[in-house]
Design a protein around this ligand. Structure first.
Ligand SMILES: [Zn+2]
Length: 676
């Protein structure tokens, strides 16, 4: 029988007397008391969020990246309050690290909690376009006669009050940096709070990591915490002042009695939450900046829920699109998260991972915009395409043409998308077309019903059950040329990079069904023979490498093995086990040259095997397999291995090699694999 919890002693909290960390709940309670509509809205939002989590949390972390435009309003009375651009950038750097789990102190998360620590896959950037479609630095500066505000005052939120009016709160995350005279550090708005309050406020001495800052709030975590509220996160202790009855509505954070200031020694047990105790190092506690270092997968799911409902308009914002480059209206879609519509796209990310095309095996592609592998025989598979207009005025019209191809590292244009490659099986075809009209600065999401081809037709490609590439082209002119800025050639990669009307997706989620097995078709869709090089790449900016998690193996057919022998194919960082079985030793591994005849294909059967010795958790591991012709990148396929949330912790049985419900057998060499 569990002992009743002891009466806790209440230590003097030195920081509380000097600084008041967060004013969000006070404002929430005030509105709950005074505003029945707010009470109703919050209840609705909470119900929607719970429903979203019930439906989708089990899919694991989002594959895509969400990039939120930010405007910082500096409201200053003394010169010291007129903080530098560098100080603002230092704050952006902190939130960009914290929401991607790229923070250097992620290594300080206790081992007991690393399994639930999550990359929330949210990024932030200063706006380059203001609400009037003028160029901007994303920073406004307002000199005020007000020497400062107390925590319940709102003057900084409007010009009338001595501050700055918010920019369109549906398109920008507004951040006001000002002076608080009563020690308040920051305040975030919950979704559902009045529009005039939407955004985040922060004391100028608790903002960024550059002077003036006051220790222990000198590492920029006030903003991380307040943006957490803005994305609907609650305090980790449930705001019940030590009663153990409140909740943050997140399953993978422990029940915790009260807020934390100075970080205690780990573990710190309350609410009978031993042996690991409080997660006082969570960003949604009140711990000193140096003592906090994680969001959890459950918190990430709550943020996802709000980003697909109340705050979904942020995903369509044009705040990061430079206005000067646009004359008139211009329909486009994003190739990658940091694409701004430039032609050619200058992003360092590869061109085959667009988040503006996604598949759902259902009709829920607005509610959840994360990509699923299409499932043959699903009653309703739909492809969604987001079309944007980066113009400043008017609207533009065009026709969206959507195509599929078998997921291949090398692809051309128009074959195989036009249905002309039918051997050994149909390698691609049109899905459909729809007219689209989008007003300036806006977006439209089109839904295309699709019946993916029967995987049985592709038996000659081994295990490749149902992996497909998608291509969307917005045509704004009559044939030929179709309104593209740069004429299309057979070089598909260049077509996509040069034209913001064309986007492409070749992402395969390596799922649980059938084990962690996937496949990539390699080959040459062109009319002439091609010398190819295949390279395994860990995408930049990802917090984890698949090679830190486990092993990557591949198998080829005997026919391919013979061809490799004939063309003197070299292996770099690839270990040969036998003629047809190989292990990829790390990023940068490559195979080549491989000579493909015209329209000749092979297949790599890939296996992703978790290491039996490493701790796992809720993660996304990505690996790109890229095909080069000479030194020119012609295409690639991204494999995403998701490990699922499990509130009971790490799910890896070392004795029987059961992982995520899949039984692994002893594979070739020492590695585990789910062979055959
Ligand atoms: Zn708070």
């Amino acid at each position: 029988m569990a002992r009743p919890p002891r009466k806790r002693s209440v230590p003097v909290k030195r920081d509380e007397t000097q600084r008041y960390r967060c004013g969000t709940m006070e404002e929430h309670r005030r509105l709950i008391r005074l505003d029945p509509e707010y009470r109703w809205r919050r209840r609705q939002i909470e119900q929607e969020t719970r429903e979203w989590i019930r439906l989708y949390a089990d899919e694991g972390l989002r594959t895509g990246l969400i990039r939120i435009p930010v405007v910082v309003h500096v409201i200053w009375n003394t010169a010291a309050q007129n903080i530098s651009d560098a100080k603002i950038q230092s704050q952006l750097d902190v939130i960009n690290a914290d929401f991607r789990r790229l923070n250097a102190d992620a290594t300080s998360t206790p081992a007991a909690f690393t399994g639930v620590a999550a990359d929330a896959r949210i990024e932030f950037a200063l706006a380059v376009r203001d609400p009037n479609c003028a160029a901007t630095t994303g920073i406004t500066r307002t000199q005020t006669t007000v020497s400062g505000w107390t925590r319940t005052q709102t003057g900084m939120l409007s010009a009338a009050g001595g501050g700055h009016d918010p920019w369109d709160v549906t398109k920008y995350l507004n951040i006001w940096v000002c002076n608080y005279t009563d020690g308040l550090l920051g305040k975030g708005s919950f979704p559902g709070m009045p529009a005039a309050e939407q955004g985040v406020r922060c004391h100028y001495r608790a903002f960024g990591t550059i002077a003036p800052v006051d220790t222990p709030y000198h590492l920029g975590r006030t903003l991380t915490h307040e943006i957490g509220h803005y994305l609907n996160l609650l305090h980790i202790w449930g705001d019940d002042n030590g009663l153990c009855t409140g909740s943050d509505e997140v399953d993978d954070t422990p029940n915790q009695a009260d807020k934390t200031f100075t970080p205690p020694a780990f573990p710190h047990v309350s609410c009978m939450n031993g042996p690991n105790g409080d997660m006082f190092m969570n960003f949604m506690d009140y711990t000193d900046d140096a003592g906090m270092n994680l969001f959890t997968a459950g918190q990430s799911a709550r943020m996802d829920g709000i980003l697909h409902t109340v705050r979904a308009s942020l995903l369509a914002s044009d705040g990061l699109v430079p206005p000067a480059a646009v004359t008139g209206s211009d329909l486009w879609s994003k190739d990658v998260s940091d694409d701004v519509g430039a032609e050619p796209d200058a992003s360092a990310q590869p061109m085959y991972i667009s988040d503006d095309i996604w598949v759902r095996n259902g009709t829920d592609g607005i509610a959840n915009q994360d990509h699923q592998n299409p499932e043959y025989g699903s009653p309703a598979t739909n492809v969604y395409v987001r079309v944007r207009n980066r113009g400043c005025t008017g609207s533009a019209s065009g026709t969206v043409r959507l195509y599929w191809a078998k997921a291949s590292t090398g692809l051309s244009w128009p074959a195989p998308w036009d249905g002309s490659v039918t051997s050994p099986a149909l390698m691609g075809s049109a899905i459909g077309s729809q007219p689209v009209s989008v007003s300036a600065g806006d977006d439209e999401i089109l839904e295309f019903p699709w019946s993916p081809p029967n995987p049985a037709d592709y038996a000659s490609f081994g295990a490749d059950a149902g992996h497909f590439c998608l291509l969307s082209r917005i045509e704004t002119g009559p044939a030929p040329g179709f309104g593209m800025t740069v004429a299309e050639t057979s070089d598909l990669y260049a077509n996509v990079q040069n034209n913001n009307n064309i986007v492409w997706k070749n992402i395969t989620v390596v799922g649980e069904e059938g084990g962690r097995v996937s496949a990539a078709i390699i080959g040459n869709f062109g009319d002439k023979p091609q010398k190819a090089q295949l390279v395994f790449v860990t995408p930049k900016g990802e917090p984890y490498s698949i090679f830190d998690w486990g092993q990557v193996w591949f198998e080829i057919t005997r026919e391919t093995a013979q061809a490799w022998k004939k063309s003197d194919t070299k292996l770099h960082r690839v270990k040969r086990f036998d003629d047809t079985t190989y292990r990829v030793l790390g990023p940068g591994a490559s195979i080549g040259p491989i000579t493909f005849g015209a329209r000749k294909f092979g297949v790599l059967r890939l296996r992703f095997a978790p290491s039996a010795t490493k701790r796992l958790g809720v993660r996304i591991f990505t690996l790109d397999l890229q095909q080069f012709a000479g030194d020119r990148l012609i295409g690639g396929q991204r494999f995403v291995v998701k490990t699922k949330p499990d509130p009971r912790g790490v799910h890896l049985d070392l004795s029987t090699m059961v992982f995520d419900g899949v039984t692994w057998t002893k594979g070739p060499g020492k590695g585990p694999c789910r062979c055959g």
